[in-house]
Write a protein that binds this ligand. Structure first.
Ligand SMILES: [Fe+2]
Ligand SMILES: [Fe+2]
Length: 339
């Protein structure tokens, strides 16, 4: 299948409030200086999970991935933007910590992984709904929500690689190697997702739907970037990664069932079918060799691993609740409808 040629560097999104407007305005100016002149934005009033803060954070993180077309690459390390990013992160992670709540001293990463590997046969989230009753239009919305992540799948977690050692590092890279197609560009999961988007009649461009998705879809990727970009949070990054791999296989099974029921194009089925098989193997590697080895090597990180797993749950549940609420009310879960 031929994919549309997409720019490596995506276009800047549109501002949605005072914080994102300030950042987008700053980036569209010329070459940045390395002086720290704090950027004044009204963060105190910003909703931690709101669209303005999440879009602002997404744009700042994107400077560490592909950047933006016609935006000077030196903005990545501009002290004023980093300072502002830190303030936004404090607001976001503060809300996530509040929603995760206390982690008991005797809670273990192993028990946490056991708990998330037992998914109910019937649940209330979008993949259950799509499997049993959802429409093809709702499935396409789901693809759009997930496009921000799957078109950069593997990348946010890859920031953790230099922070690991020994078996944890080797096993982590082995799993990531599969995400990146095992050396074959046509098997890179990002590429498989682009094929899914084209087959569903959607735009496969990287960040193509950043102006369509709601805050909770942005927060889902921002959480991974936050964990990946802070060495201090490497335990949480690994917990998030473990949770992603452990819950992927059963969730992908439901989506394959949904897509078969809808008689969807084969590339759409193929993406999730690949994840049923691959992630069942990844789960075992991640549990024992990545998390097990990390916790044995750095026992003080165990609480952070648990935090990463629970934080993912909090943020993903917000998106799931948003989508299901909209669908129950028979309206689009996107900010802007797709054609
Ligand atoms: Fe994958
Ligand atoms: Fe995987």
């Amino acid at each position: 299948m031929t994919l549309p040629s997409t720019l490596v560097e995506p276009a800047l999104p549109h501002a949605v409030g005072p914080v994102s407007a300030t950042i987008l305005d700053t980036l569209s100016r010329g070459r940045p200086t390395m002086h720290l002149r704090p950027i004044d934005v009204p963060i105190a009033e910003a909703d931690p999970y709101g669209l303005d803060l999440q879009l602002a954070l997404y744009v700042l993180y994107e400077l560490h991935y592909r950047g933006f077309h016609a935006v000077n690459a030196r903005w990545e390390w501009n002290p004023a933007l980093l300072h502002l990013r830190g303030r936004l992160e404090d607001v976001f992670v503060g809300a996530v910590r509040r929603d995760v709540g206390d982690i008991a001293p005797d809670d273990t990463a192993e028990a946490e992984m056991d708990a998330i590997s037992l998914e109910p046969v019937d649940g209330g989230g979008p993949s259950y709904h799509l499997r049993d009753h959802g429409t093809w239009e709702q499935m396409r919305e789901y693809f759009v929500h997930r496009s921000l992540y799957h078109l950069k799948e593997g990348d946010p977690h890859a920031f953790a690689i230099p922070r690991l050692a020994g078996t944890a590092k080797a096993a982590f890279v082995a799993v990531e190697f599969d995400e990146y197609g095992g050396g074959r560009s046509d098997r890179v999961h990002q590429h498989l997702y682009a094929e899914l988007m084209v087959a569903a009649g959607l735009d496969a461009s990287y960040l193509g739907y950043i102006d369509h998705v709601p805050a909770d879809a942005l927060a889902s990727v921002n959480l991974m970037s936050l964990f990946g970009l802070h060495r201090e949070l490497r335990g949480a990054a690994i917990g998030h990664f473990a949770s992603t791999e452990i819950t992927s296989s059963p969730g992908s099974r439901r989506l394959v069932d949904a897509l078969r029921r809808m008689d969807a194009p084969e590339p759409c089925v193929e993406f999730y079918a690949e994840h049923i098989v691959a992630d069942a193997v990844h789960e075992q590697v991640v549990r024992t060799d990545v998390v097990g080895d990390l916790v044995a090597r750095e026992p003080h990180l165990e609480t952070d691993v648990i935090f990463g797993i629970r934080a993912r749950d909090v943020v993903e549940n917000r998106l799931a609740d948003h989508v299901m609420q909209c669908w129950k009310e028979d309206r689009s879960s996107l900010r802007r409808p797709v054609g």
